[in-house]
Write a new protein. Structure first.
Lengths: 208, 112
């Protein structure tokens, strides 16, 4: 909307002040696309449904649990994440094609951000949570990662290294958090329940 | 963890996490779905939308400080989408404005 200083902007300024403008604008777009046969009447519902039920953090959590329990899988995941998640039958979606997995280790903590917009591994994590898209978060995470981490409730020892990974169209990053102590012998299912969206982007820790 | 976040207010506030698909208003979900539906239907490559979104957000970032309360992610999403479909000639500006008016003034009898 900014940078749009032509007459159209002024002409429609009165509309834009109204909250319902966006609702009407979106309906107008969908109505026109349906009319032109570019989408069907149920297309948008199907897309939303797909993101709600087939993509989501439960996929990412499964990948982490598998990596914790199967070192050979973890090695494949770190080498070629796309191939490894295909083994688990996970679908490629729009975005998420160029996935790179990084692993938290004692002394090294990885955090993911996208300073340009909000690139996000959708098939593994579903829709990005609000904080990921927020400009305050995007600006602060690079400048003061420890401050942001502490706002998320994560305090790391001073001597721990923090690596920031900036997701882009070329690569979207995904973090394997450290496996919590005391979870030896746990099933993958039980382990997966410990893994949050934040942990898979380095803004939380997995805890048992 | 929620407690830490609640202690931060105003400009420093970190928006609350939502674990699943949630939109503040229904139009945001429709706008989200349309962008992906048209990319899937090969009306444009998804990458073109992504570039449009980056440039829309980039323009905003240049003229606003982080934490500006007028920030609305899906308004940028919609603006980027609109710009793209107009540029691609999928629809034209006039018909989009006319139809917007119809929905705005409830003179169009179509359920979306």
């Amino acid at each position: 909307m900014s940078g749009d200083h032509d007459h159209d902007h002024d002409h429609h300024h009165h509309l834009r002040e109204s909250e319902s403008y966006y609702a009407a604008r979106t309906k107008a777009l969908e109505s026109l696309f349906r009319e032109k046969g570019l989408i069907g009447t149920d297309t948008v519902d199907r897309v939303i449904n797909f993101f709600e039920h087939e993509m989501g953090p439960f996929n990412g959590a499964k990948v982490v649990a598998k990596a914790w329990t199967d070192p050979a899988f973890k090695a494949r995941l770190l080498a070629d994440a796309n191939m490894a998640i295909a083994e688990l039958g996970m679908r490629d979606g729009i975005e998420g094609e160029n996935l790179k997995v990084v692993e938290n280790k004692p002394g090294t903590h990885n955090v993911v951000c996208c300073t340009l917009c909000s690139c996000w591994p959708w098939p593994l994590l579903g829709l990005p949570p609000y904080w990921f898209k927020d400009p305050v978060f995007r600006a602060r995470i690079v400048r003061e990662p420890r401050g942001v981490l502490s706002d998320f409730g994560v305090t790391l020892p001073e001597d721990h290294k923090i690596e920031i990974w900036d997701s882009s169209a070329q690569v979207r990053y995904f973090v394997i958090p450290e496996r919590p102590a005391g979870t030896e012998g746990w099933s993958e299912e039980k382990l997966a329940a410990l893994v949050s969206t934040e942990a898979m982007q380095g803004l939380g820790l997995a805890t048992a | 963890m929620d407690g830490y976040i609640e202690d931060l207010t105003g400009r420093e506030a970190i928006p609350r996490n939502c674990e699943s698909l949630k939109f503040d208003e229904p139009w945001q979900g429709r706008a989200f779905g349309m962008v992906l539906a048209l990319a899937e239907a090969k009306s444009y490559p998804y990458e073109d939308f992504r570039k449009s979104l980056i440039s829309t957000i980039g323009e905003w970032d240049k003229t606003h400080v982080p934490g500006d309360e007028t920030w609305s992610y899906y308004e940028h999403w919609l603006a980027a989408f609109e710009k793209l479909v107009l540029e691609k000639g999928l629809i034209d500006h006039g018909e989009l404005d006319r139809r917007t008016e119809e929905f705005l003034h409830r003179t169009r009898d179509e359920v979306i």
